[in-house]
Ligand binder design. Structure first.
Ligand code: ATP
Ligand code: BTN
Length: 320
């Protein structure tokens, strides 16, 4: 299995470094394998979501860049344990399964998820190498109540880390998204196990789009964005910087709660002072978005009164 991934990485490297098309024969010679082996790996990469032009008589060419992590750089720089995979079902599932063996700050990163998840079981589109998929473990000794509003902290961490790498045009959308130029760039999925009042284990999953392949874009049923036009150093440097920022922010959150994050949220709130709609199953309410409170609730002003709404079943939508 490991050899298969090594070969696929070698093929991607050759395709990335070659100007224009490269023939199957040349690839086979470079890697010292048969043309059939090359063709099978190209097929496998396409199944994983990598888009490769294939022209008879000319050979192969990548449609878009595939920004794979530099594993050595990643593992050397991450403080704590880092589990890095080419393919996994879901980085969140991996961390939930191993929760009892983990320490706060441990991270799992994958290049491809076969069952990437969003909130309420929705699919998270996860083509190979194209994006960042990671999950960080954190232990909250005082139970779930202590972790209320956590996804808002993670949104702030993401914005801070990306801005430090030179990205502008970012905004947070309550409760678990980061937008770039008004379209969804990243999603956050917080999952927990443990008792309501006893120790609780949290897994924080983050997906950030780097270079979206067209075939993956077709699977997303809402406007999306990626970092392709942003001059970010690399996906590896993002992962290292973001992990560092998140760990620092979680330490603050653990002792001081959401209070230190309220103004950071306010500065980049996508719908600040705009009329929005909160959908809760069959019901909905409308009002002006007035930011968040210390419990992580969204503040909605209606008829001169400001009320807080909180709960995993709520979806925020712009007023139509
Ligand atoms: P809400 O959380 O407010 O209900 P949402 O539509 O963003 O709204 P989520 O569960 O947070 O829902 O996210 C999952 C949704 O994100 C999917 O249904 C899909 O529309 C979108 N999506 C899936 N993969 C990606 C991706 N790689 N990039 C951007 N958006 C994606
Ligand atoms: C959302 O917007 O609903 C949240 C999307 C979270 C996606 C990330 S990708 C890494 C981690 N593993 C998963 O299966 N989901 C999260």
């Amino acid at each position: 299995m490991a050899e298969q991934w090594q070969r696929r990485r070698q093929i991607l490297k050759a395709l990335t470094e070659h100007q224009g098309f490269i023939s199957g024969e040349e690839l086979a010679n470079q890697l010292d394998v048969s043309r059939m082996t090359i063709s099978n790996h190209i097929d496998a990469l396409e199944t994983l979501g990598v888009e490769i032009f294939s022209v008879k008589g000319k050979g192969y060419k990548l449609q878009k860049a595939v920004p794979l992590m530099d594993e050595k750089q990643l593992l050397e720089a991450i403080q704590g344990r880092c589990f890095y995979f080419d393919e996994i079902d879901s980085t969140n599932s991996f961390m939930m399964k191993h929760a009892s063996e983990l320490k706060s700050g441990d991270i799992c990163i994958a290049e491809h998820q076969t069952a990437g998840r969003g909130r309420r079981g929705r699919n998270w589109v996860s083509p190979y190498g194209s994006h960042f998929y990671g999950s960080v473990f954190w232990n909250f000794p005082q139970g779930m109540a202590q972790a209320m509003g956590l996804s808002l902290v993670v949104g702030c961490s993401l914005v801070t880390a990306l801005e430090a790498l030179g990205v502008s045009g970012l905004a947070v959308k309550w409760p678990n998204d980061v937008y770039l130029n008004g379209k969804k760039l990243a999603g956050i999925l917080v999952e927990m196990s443990g008792q309501a009042d006893g120790e609780c284990q949290i897994v924080i999953g983050i997906g950030v789009n780097f270079v979206m392949p067209s075939s993956s874009a077709e699977q997303i049923d809402q406007p999306w964005s990626d970092l392709v036009d942003m001059d970010i150093p690399s996906k590896t440097e993002f992962a290292i910087a973001f992990h560092q920022q998140l760990v620092a922010d979680l330490k603050v959150f653990e002792t001081q709660g959401l209070n230190p994050f309220l103004s950071r949220w306010q500065q980049t709130d996508l719908y600040k002072d705009q009329v929005i709609r909160l959908e809760m199953g069959e019901n909905h309410v409308e009002g002006v978005c007035r930011g968040i409170d210390e419990q992580g609730g969204i503040l909605l002003e209606h008829d001169g009164e400001v009320k807080s709404f909180v709960g995993g079943e709520i979806s925020l939508r712009p007023h139509s």
